[in-house]
Design a protein around this ligand. Structure first.
Ligand code: NAD
Ligand code: TDX
Length: 331
């Protein structure tokens, strides 16, 4: 099977490529990635002999048309993915997340290629901290940020291309991922690398916002389950019942590093900061028989800390500029 992975040099896409190469010897993998600040050729180095990396943008119609025409399946991870950046400059979010997804949809429509669209739980907005409810596939869309609104728009494009043009597509909306190869701008790698450097974790506001953490390997095994067994046109929510507030995550990291549980800083909050995300993944579990394997958050976090300790050469080049940008925002 010829698989085109967009955004395969980013965090989740690179882990997807590693998992695919490891578990599916007959898959021929091509990655289309613009190698923005978030993409790193080095993330694919361990599988370079099994993967063709094409440097280019999903907004490039002729390139996308050619690559899709040579594929049996497209798994679409490429996106501008960081909320804080979308508050600074929304324009690449509109280009990549909306125009890029549109460009891919036109190509899969023309060539009749199976398409899986990777999206986020943030399209549903947020939940109250004391609300027992979780997001389900019927929760109304209510995105808060330029990032999540462009992801919501891209989901709606996919749904419309399924209904209007019979495109063979599925959608997944996943909760917050953690694991190897995540950019140091994101919450968990930022705090791990601060701690490796002897610094303090930085909590936005009071640190009470809740995220529903899932290991990236579990996200990607769910994607394969949907690609192989999901019903065309359906949306599946991916989550592993991993709700934690940001303060709890920071305190677990401090414990892993043998530091004092109070040794963190409160910094400026994110404007419009979503309070809580929580996923009801029962459709995925019941219909497709999927289950997560990384159910112990603390040991998943310990393994992730070990990965960042062992792979300083991978993250170090980006660290100073990320911290300078945050410092300019009081974060
Ligand atoms: P990331 O920022 O680490 O990686 C994005 C990748 O896309 C990078 O390699 C980048 O170079 C590439 N890219 C950006 N613009 C491109 C363009 N125009 N053309 C081609 N490539 C381009 O993101 P991630 O965290 O790996 O997220 C991957 C996908 O998963 C995104 O669609 C995101 O919305 C979704 N998602 C992420 C999470 C999470 O917790 N990180 C959770 C749910 C869903
Ligand atoms: O230094 C920090 N301190 C802090 O308290 C950073 C960088 C973040 N935070 C908070 C903000 C959020 O409540 O931690 C939480 C997680 O922040 P991010 O890692 O920026 O993730 P989030 O905004 O929740 O979005 C992520 O999950 C859903 C991904 O970046 C998205 O791509 C995905 O769609």
């Amino acid at each position: 099977m010829r698989v085109l992975v967009t955004g395969g040099a980013g965090f989740i896409g690179a882990n997807f490529v590693h998992q695919t190469v490891r578990e599916r010897p007959d898959a021929e993998v091509t990655v289309l990635d613009a190698l923005t600040y978030a993409g790193d050729r080095g993330s694919l180095a361990p599988v370079a002999d099994r993967v063709t990396l094409v440097e280019g943008s999903i907004t490039d119609g002729p390139l996308v048309d050619r690559l899709v025409g040579e594929s049996d399946l497209v798994v679409h991870f490429a996106a501008e993915s960081h909320n804080d950046n979308s508050l600074d400059d929304p324009s690449p979010f509109v280009q990549t997340n909306l125009v890029g997804t549109f460009t891919l949809l036109e190509a899969v429509r023309k060539h009749g290629v199976r398409f899986h669209h990777i999206s986020t739980d943030e399209v549903y907005g947020d939940l109250e901290l004391d609300d027992p409810a979780k997001f389900t596939p019927s929760t109304p869309y209510n995105p808060s940020s330029p990032y999540s609104s462009t992801k919501a728009g891209s989901d709606l494009l996919v749904r419309a291309w399924v209904r209007s043009f019979g495109v063979q597509a599925t959608i997944s909306n996943c909760s917050n991922n953690y694991g190897p190869y995540q950019h140091v701008e994101k919450f968990i790698p930022r705090q791990i690398t601060n701690l490796i450097d002897g610094g303090r974790p930085k909590l936005y506001g009071a640190g009470l916002n809740v995220r529903d953490w899932i290991h990236v390997e579990d996200h990607n095994s769910a994607v394969w389950a949907i690609v192989e067994k999901g019903r065309i046109g359906e949306t599946y929510l991916i989550g592993a019942d991993g709700e934690k507030n940001n303060l709890e995550v920071v305190q677990t990291l401090l414990e892993i590093f043998g530091r004092d549980p109070g040794d963190f800083e409160h910094v400026n909050d994110r404007p419009g900061h979503d309070l809580r995300y929580a996923i009801d993944a029962s459709k995925l579990r019941d219909e497709l028989g999927w289950a997560p394997r990384y159910t112990d958050f603390r040991s998943g976090l310990e393994a992730t800390v070990e990965w960042y300790r062992a792979n300083e050469a991978w993250w170090r080049p980006a660290k100073a500029a990320v911290e300078a940008k945050y410092a300019a925002q009081g974060q």
